[in-house]
Design a protein. Structure first.
Length: 303
């Protein structure tokens, strides 16, 4: 009974992608152990997740059979590895687990055929009227750039590049081109983040609708909502009744941008050959001019 509880608990956490972060950091997961086979995610993003989802799916399908093998070790009297001596229940369990494992291996083999052209990720990329490998090369190129949005929440990772919106899951990956997609903030929920006080965080559910692929939902903390909007070119709207909370800093930036848009343009003098850097990040060229309109106050101090 203890073996069954431990195996079911650990395998459920693995299949659901709920392994604790400390265990992931130590590399004691399927991804951590087989990372060399999957390749470099930063360089070959699509290839990495094609291999990852295939191997993870096959191994997860083998979990019931692995449970039966371990069951023989924990209780030899069940005769799991000698099924002709086992009870009908054990025989049925062994047959069912073997069929699930065979299905997983057959599915992995089918995805691998034609150089991964049968994989669901490759099929999704082929819907964009180009050979899927060319589309994958473009996605890989954009993922290597620094200018992207990446948000990890549980077992899911949301990635937004210049042209693509992607969501990676344990067994699959959803992808949509920004040019053919529109997003809707469909749900906002509050969660208590502290057991000692009323501190809460807002989490948003955003539905990504695309002409070329199936719709999918992404979830993120409302604190990342502003950063997400900066990377999006696709239309984004909020459903009726959904209120997105913004931090005070985000509210200030929004009000500042509105004021800048209402003001007139500043004519740069011909003598200014080069723009100064932004005083905020000190990297990008400045695109806003701060003009002082108030009079200087003169204060006389008499000693």
């Amino acid at each position: 009974m203890l073996y069954t509880l431990l195996f079911v608990g650990v395998s459920t956490l693995e299949i659901m992608g709920m392994i604790p972060q400390e265990v992931k950091s130590a590399g004691i997961t399927i991804e951590g152990i087989l990372t060399k086979y999957f390749g470099d995610e930063d360089i070959h993003f699509i290839n990495y997740h094609i291999r990852r989802t295939t191997v993870v799916t096959v191994i997860h399908c083998c979990f019931p059979l692995l449970y039966c093998i371990g069951l023989d070790w924990s209780d030899p009297s069940l005769h799991v590895l000698t099924p002709w001596r086992a009870s009908p229940v054990i025989q049925l369990l062994l047959i069912a687990s073997s069929l699930v494992a065979l299905f997983g291996c057959a599915l992995g083999y089918w995805w691998h055929r034609n150089k991964w052209s049968n994989h669901p990720i490759a099929i999704s990329l082929s819907l964009y009227n180009q050979p899927w490998r060319e589309v994958a090369a473009g996605v890989n190129l954009e993922y290597r750039r620094i200018e992207k949005f990446v948000n990890n929440l549980g077992s899911n990772t949301v990635v937004v590049t210049e042209s693509w919106i992607m969501k990676t899951e344990v067994h699959s990956m959803a992808i949509a081109h920004q040019r053919s997609a529109h997003l809707v903030v469909s749900k906002a929920e509050e969660r208590n983040t502290s057991s000692e006080g009323p501190a809460t965080s807002q989490y948003l559910t955003i539905t990504v609708n695309s002409i070329n692929s199936r719709s999918f939902d992404v979830r993120l903390n409302a604190l990342q909502y502003g950063e997400l909007k900066e990377r999006l070119h696709a239309p984004l709207r909020e459903a009726r009744g959904v209120i997105v909370k913004q931090m005070l800093g985000d509210q200030f930036i929004a009000a500042f941008k509105q004021q800048v848009e209402r003001n007139g343009l500043y004519d740069l003098p011909m003598s200014s050959s080069q723009l100064e850097s932004c005083i905020g990040c000190l990297q990008a060229a400045s695109d806003v001019k701060l003009c002082k309109r108030c009079a200087d106050d003169t204060v006389s101090i008499i000693l």
